[in-house]
Write a protein of this length. Sequence first.
Length: 255
Amino acid sequence: MPIEEIRSNLETTIAGLSENNQINLTVIDLDNVSNRIEVGSETSFDAQEIQKLAIAMAVLRSADSGVIDLEAESRFVVLPGDYKPSIEHLLNLMLVQNDASARDGLLKELVGQDLDLLLGADTGLKEVLSDNEATTTEVSKVYQTLLRTNYLSDESCELVQEMMKKGQNAGVALLSDDLALIPGLEIVEMSQQGGWSSGSGNTPQYSSYANIHTADDKDLVVVMTSDSANSEDARSAFKTVARELIQQVDTKAEF
């Protein structure tokens, strides 16, 4: 089957990388989520980056239901000059500038709400927020919830994606700066430049989460991690795998 061919080819590509650069991969076709490719997807990695997206989604869902007012001043964060930012400003600080105080303030805004109801069932949000680690499969589930469910209103979904794009332009991109040169390719990306991997102490780890829309209208969620100690090796490996994926998918009409 074509999807098995793609998986096999990607496994071969990943196996050909440096032995010190283990790549874990999950790919989901958003238009047919039963189409998925997983290579080493059971390996856990630092969940810090995907937690930012999950927090933003929970805050925006609360705003959609009328519990949180995005224009209201934060009750928990005061910026220099005694400036009290709005909730929306905190979302921007967290997603675009990776501000830890904004992240903590937004979490406090959720205290007292029914989190089981807010986070929802089968969204992936509860899993990534309940642990400091996540797998590529869990991360891809959060992206699937964002992009292919009614968890958020259209307006909130557009807002969080716009902030993700700003963060990408601020320098988090691992793929977009190079792969965007491919005709017809669109990428929205969140990336983590460093972290740690499960059970291995302070071993560096790099990750990239991307929504890739190909020239032939395939809409993919791609999650990759690397345990390379060198950021440039990780970037190069991600680009190699992404290029192979795009080439394979664009030539396999059934995917």
